[in-house]
Design a protein around this ligand. Structure first.
Ligand code: ADP
Ligand code: ZN
Length: 745
């Protein structure tokens, strides 16, 4: 038996090997194996059985080990990987590495899996001796003390770089116990506040929900690929529709992938979904998948799916690659979310890959949103996707009233425009009196966006990047939000020396400070990536907020998605203009989505909600259409513009980014390249640029870009890849191809 293997060794090739007799029964397409390359053993995935005709097989080496006795990459995932390599213009190896989590690649196999767990604590004297005589044992001991669950032995040894002998020594002394049982490790187990768990009672579906479920049932019964877009306004009960569709898929014996944005995976939502899904799956496990899992948890969940022990996974973007068997349904909640796009290689879009995975598996794909991406919306218009609609909020609750504060008028009234208008302050005050809660959104962290000298007009910029530094008042620093560089905030203008410094633009810190000033009795918390750097802080603050221990929550849009707070009756958008004025053709779409989603946070309980939006451009379409959550109106207006400029969704866009330390050289090569592309690809592509990126320099590297517009990605990517491989790039220029980019600023 000969097999062609894709090595996971940083190069994109197929190598051929013999399979020894003893291993042949457990080798198939997709099996993870170890095989010799030069003088070491490397991991690889079997891509094909057999070798091309006339292949010189005599001198082939043999596979050394079969890591799992079942395919780590089932055929549908391997096919998906091949499609992704072609579509996203990247190496198959990088995709396979993304698909198979590192814990799995390390090959802590099913049978070998031993776990280490602390049996008892050492006394201080004992510990002192161990640390002195056997520091490695000390290291292992300290590691296990910090874990409250058994840890896979291979992974522990690997991570701490110690030998099995070290563990054996501690086992002998009765300090560590070795267990070979597989222990269930489910994310967010009993360690989280039980008070937070909300019983997940199924609701009686309302007529619109029932119609959507019936339609999905019919699609599932057909047993073939199709995409449905569930457009349901905020609070219309989309989740109930997903859960019922999942129920149908599981009952028919199929498997399910359920994708949600990472931030929505709070312990509360996870607990709720899990208990519902496990009830649906009749006691079978629901695997949870997100970036905070430990290696052990990840491996455990992966194994459960790959062996068919579990049939449903709920998770963030990368859960689209979970080895679910007999896939029947793929659900993508909040499908418009830019977070579904990975911003490093492979730069895939989780939603689009979900659609493709469903297509390959012949499964049903369900996309849901209150504000569908214009890409998905046009797919409905062209008949590619079916539309399902939920037009009513459950219990006919009203959509909140949206009030616009025109900052131009406010600015005319008072010289020093406060960050919170009188109207917003009064509304917050009312909530405090009534013991209701407020969320204030401001999409910029830090105190202010820039430091401006009143005398000479100097704006302090990062020396490594071409952007203004942000002032952080909590520690009196100026920080670069791109490279992280920071320095003490100056008290005088660094250029002319006058002490007349002004801080321009709002950030979360400044808004927090303003709230504390106008509402001294309110309990205020700030939530942005600065305060949330500690792992569980995000969940803690949300739990406190839910428990009513916080009156006003100030934060970036990380608060927004998929969270349900019944007692929040006021939402303020402190500066709606921030997201509208970024150099990105999707800026309006993002702003509309932000406003509608944010408004959906208010008044989810029994009380009506109110939304106050502060802006200098109240007439903007994104703002006007959001007032009545008029999606159709907004889509029609925005699509007209997109059509005129032939922007996506009317054509595809590929962004080619070039980086280098020498700006002249960078410009020269980028221009040479662009000319070559234009000449070679001709009509199939329309170039925009080359031009400097909106941010010309990051971390001392200059950035240029070329945009390619095309009707078909797959018709130009192979040629682009070929040209790129042949082009004489200098070593100090790096470049990235981003297919269907979502972040252009
Ligand atoms: P969406 O995602 O569409 O914004 P959710 O799925 O979060 O809305 O549902 C909003 C709220 O309505 C949730 O608290 C949910 O439990 C509740 N809900 C859903 N369906 C029903 C129903 N048929 N009857 C009563 N309440 C429902
Ligand atoms: Zn910088």
């Amino acid at each position: 038996m000969i097999v062609g293997v894709h090595p996971l060794a940083g190069f994109d090739k197929v190598l051929h090997y013999r399979v020894p007799e003893s291993m042949q029964a457990s080798v198939a397409v997709g099996t993870l194996v170890r095989m010799p390359i030069v003088n070491t053993l490397k991991l690889g995935v079997v891509g094909e059985i057999g070798a091309p005709k006339d292949f010189p097989v005599e001198r082939l080496k043999s596979i050394a080990q079969v890591v799992y006795p079942f395919p780590a990459l089932p055929p549908d995932l391997l096919e998906l990987a091949r499609w992704m390599a072609r579509y996203y213009a990247c190496g198959l190896d990088s995709i396979i590495e993304t698909m198979i989590p590192s814990a799995v690649r390390r090959g802590a196999g099913l049978k070998q899996e031993k776990q280490l767990v602390l049996a008892r604590r050492m006394t201080d004297e004992e510990l002192a001796i161990v640390e002195k005589r056997a520091p490695q044992q000390g290291k292992l001991y300290h590691f296990l003390v910090q874990q409250f669950k058994p840890q896979p032995k291979v992974l522990v040894l690997d991570r701490l770089a110690i030998t099995a002998g070290v563990a054996a020594a501690l086992v002998k002394r009765g300090i560590v116990r070795e267990e070979s049982l597989r222990i269930e490790r489910i994310a967010y187990g009993d360690d989280h506040a039980a008070g937070e768990l909300v019983a997940a009672q199924p609701h009686a579906a309302n007529p619109e929900q029932q119609a959507a479920v019936d339609e999905l049932g019919a699609r599932l019964a057909e047993n073939k690929f199709g995409v449905s877009l569930l457009h349901g306004i905020t609070g219309s009960g989309k989740t109930e529709v997903y859960l019922r569709a999942i129920d149908l898929a599981l009952k028919s014996g199929g498997g399910v992938v359920f994708l949600v944005p990472e931030v929505a995976l709070t312990p509360q939502t996870v607990a709720r979904l899990r208990s519902r899904l496990e009830a649906i799956a009749q006691g079978q496990r629901c695997v949870v998948w997100h970036s905070h899992l430990s290696e052990g948890e990840r491996l455990d969940g992966w194994l459960a799916l790959a062996t068919g022990e579990a049939r449903v996974v709920v998770g963030a973007r990368s859960a689209v690659f979970a080895p679910v068997q007999n896939l029947r349904l793929v659900v993508v909640d909040e499908e418009h979310e830019p977070a579904y796009k990975q911003d490093e290689t492979p730069r895939y879009h989780g939603r689009d890959v979900a659609v493709m995975r469903a297509k390959i598996a012949g499964a049903v794909c369900l996309l849901g949103s209150a504000t569908p991406s214009l890409e998905s919306f046009t797919n409905v218009e062209s008949g590619k996707y079916r539309l399902l609609q939920l037009t009513q909020r459950v219990d006919s609750r009203k959509l909140p009233y949206i009030d616009i504060v025109d900052l131009r008028i406010e600015a005319a009234k008072q010289r020093n425009l406060p960050s919170l208008s009188g109207k917003l302050v009064r509304a917050m005050h009312d909530r405090l009196e009534r013991r209701e809660q407020t969320i204030l959104f401001i999409n910029r962290r830090g105190y202010s966006s820039s430091m401006l000298c009143k005398q000479c007009g100097h704006v302090e910029e990062c020396v490594h990047c071409s952007i203004a530094l942000t002032y952080h008042r909590t520690d009196e620093t100026l920080r670069c939000h791109l490279c992280g560089d920071q320095r003490p905030a100056p008290v005088r203008c660094p250029k002319c020396g006058t002490p007349e410094i002004r801080w321009r633009g709002l950030g979360t810190q400044r808004v927090e400070e303003a709230v504390k000033r106008v509402l001294p009795r309110a309990r205020v918390e700030r939530m942005d990536t600065d305060t949330m750097s500690k792992k569980n802080r995000f969940r803690e603050v949300l739990a406190q907020f839910r428990a009513g221990k916080i009156d006003v929550l100030v934060g970036t849009q990380m608060i927004g998605k998929g969270l349900d707070f019944p007692n929040v009756t006021l939402v303020g958008l402190v500066d709606a203009d921030i997201s509208m004025h970024v150099p990105d053709f999707r800026a309006n779409e993002r702003t509309f989505q932000l406003l509608v989603q944010v408004a959906g946070r208010a008044g989810r309980g029994d009380r009506a909600g109110e939304v106050i939006v502060q802006t200098f451009t109240p007439q903007a379409e994104a703002i006007q259409f959001s007032r009545h959550a008029d999606y159709a109106g907004f889509a029609a207006a925005e699509l007209k513009v997109r059509k005129e400029f032939r922007y996506p969704p009317y054509r595809h866009l590929i962004q080619h980014l070039f980086r280098g330390k020498n700006p002249e050289k960078l410009k020269f090569f980028t221009e040479q390249w662009a000319r070559l592309v234009e000449k070679t690809l001709g009509e199939r592509v329309e170039l925009r640029g080359p031009s400097p990126s909106p941010i010309e320099k990051i971390k001392d590297e200059y950035r240029w870009q070329v945009w390619y517009f095309t009707a078909s990605i797959t018709k130009i990517v192979p040629d682009l890849m070929k040209l790129r491989a042949e082009f004489a790039w200098p070593d100090d220029i790096t470049q990235v191809l981003d297919v269907d980019p979502v972040n252009l600023a």
